[in-house]
Design a protein around this ligand. Structure first.
Ligand SMILES: Cc1cc2nc3c(=O)[nH]c(=O)nc-3n(C[C@H](O)[C@H](O)[C@H](O)COP(=O)(O)OP(=O)(O)OC[C@H]3O[C@@H](n4cnc5c(N)ncnc54)[C@H](O)[C@@H]3O)c2cc1C
Length: 424
């Protein structure tokens, strides 16, 4: 598998996929099923990056890119919120400044509408694509299609909550508004305040994101795929193929696909792609064997947190922190999550939960970057799936398989052009 680096070496693999998160795994699997000889290279075992600890929500109701006029209007309020729902580390502020400027530009109406169109096109099939993929993996039970709720706790937020529901309905999202008494009927065990809420009918969640990664890896190996554990240091296109330099040597492939999540821009930059990728760090609390008394994800509108039942376990996620890739977790985010847990699920001891932090790979317009690199037509990238990497994994994998294998595309891939920021 690992070969001596000479430009005359014949490629051992058709395609090398760098990164074994939910994006790399779904993409590698679709390519292997299409008859390609594929290797995945990751510095860790598959599924242990950001894809390990997310909320497990197949959030197909999230059509709106976060870069929007409304986010821009409310940004100061979010930043000033005491419970640290949105924040940035001061030490990282200068490094993140170009991203923030681009984010501001992406919030303009015209850019927002472009993003909305691009995300809506992916979301249209995000849940059916997962149903299909997990069925083919022999693990259909990992997907639960029970919809989800968004709780509005206070009278003060009712008008905004209702407006959000109307806006999403207008965009075609299957959802309706529930009054306080209806929320009580739907969620009889809730101990938190409920002034009203939104019922989303067509979204889903997974039994556990890591188990999804394991199912994808098993199916990938069964389809003849190879997994190689090493840190990739460079990707070099040469006449006879693409050489992947890693910590233990080299791998030769006909093509390379970068799916390295929040680290992808480091691998793409030497190839001429300057991707303005930032990480939005997010946190979770995870309780084992508590059997939550609800069967689908519940979001909290004012708190900006999400709780998801995962089999017998329960997970709460929150926090959006522009924090870079090297600093330790910021304690105030974990404190904030524990504060929310004590308020909405007092029956579970917050200090008994496992804690985790991960790195959302986010571009300033909140649209993934999926396409071919200008520098060499044999090198591709799929990253920037922000808060929706699990949701969009299966549908993105199909789109990239078609692009890489030069099949007729089901989507207009121009919308996800990784080079689009060069002209913004
Ligand atoms: C708190 C939180 C909650 C979330 N909730 C949801 C949710 O409910 N629904 C949803 O759809 N999304 C959610 N997300 C977002 C989702 O988790 C991410 O978008 C997704 O995991 C990104 O997947 P990925 O494969 O791109 O990245 P990762 O899972 O991070 O995988 C990237 C991989 O690349 C590897 N890698 C990087 N550099 C190299 C290198 N040089 N050499 C070798 N390997 C390398 C890493 O080791 C890693 O394994 C959430 C995220 C967070 C943080």
């Amino acid at each position: 598998m690992t070969q001596t680096a000479t430009s005359s070496s014949a490629p051992t693999f058709d395609i090398a996929v760098i990164g074994a998160g939910v994006i790399g795994l779904t993409h590698a699997l679709e390519l292997a099923w299409a008859g390609q000889k594929v290797v995945i290279i990751d510095q860790e075992a598959p599924g242990l990056g950001t894809s390990f600890g997310n909320a497990g929500h197949i959030g197909n109701e999230q059509l709106d890119p976060l870069a929007s006029p409304s986010t821009f209007r409310n940004l100061l309020g979010y930043l000033l919120q005491k419970d640290a729902a949105v924040s940035f580390r001061w030490a990282h502020a200068m490094a993140a400044l170009p991203w923030m400027i681009r984010f501001g530009l992406s919030c303009r109406k015209g850019q927002y509408h472009k993003g909305l169109k691009a995300l809506s096109a992916l979301q249209a099939d995000s849940l059916p694509a997962w149903a299909d993929l997990l069925t083919r993996c022999g693990a259909p039970d990992l997907l639960i299609s029970q919809g989800n709720y968004m709780v509005v706790e206070t009278e003060a937020a009712l008008a905004r909550g209702r407006a959000e529901q109307r806006h999403l309905s207008e965009l075609g999202v299957a959802c309706n508004w529930l009054e306080a008494h209806e929320m009580r009927e739907h969620l009889p065990h809730a101990r938190h305040a409920m002034a009203g809420g939104i019922r989303f009918h067509k979204s889903g969640h997974v039994a556990n994101p890591y188990r999804v990664s394991q199912a994808l890896e098993t199916a990938f190996r069964a389809a003849g795929g190879h997994v190689h554990q090493a840190r990739v240091e460079a990707i070099t296109p040469l006449d006879s193929g693409v050489r992947i330099d890693h910590t233990g040597g080299h791998i030769w492939a006909g093509k390379a696909l970068i799916c390295a999540g929040a680290w992808s821009h480091h691998l793409a930059r030497p190839l001429g792609l300057h991707l303005p990728l930032e990480t939005e760090r997010g946190y979770h609390l995870h309780w084992e064997k508590v059997n939550a008394p609800f069967d689908c994800p519940i979001g909290f509108f004012e708190r900006r947190i999400l709780m998801t039942p995962m089999g017998e376990d329960l997970r709460m996620t929150g926090g959006t922190e522009l924090g870079g890739l090297s600093a330790p977790p910021t304690p105030k985010h974990m404190t904030a999550l524990k504060y929310h847990a004590a308020a909405v699920i007092p029956q579970y001891e917050a200090n008994s939960a496992k804690t985790w932090m991960g790195y959302r790979p986010s571009l300033p317009d909140f649209v993934p970057a999926m396409g071919r690199l200008k520098a060499d037509p044999r090198v591709f990238i799929s990253t920037g799936h922000q808060h929706l990497g699990l949701t969009l994994g299966a549908v993105s994998a199909r789109a990239m398989r078609d692009l890489i294998l030069e099949r007729p595309p089901a989507l207009d891939m121009n919308a996800y052009n990784p080079h689009r920021f060069h002209t913004l």
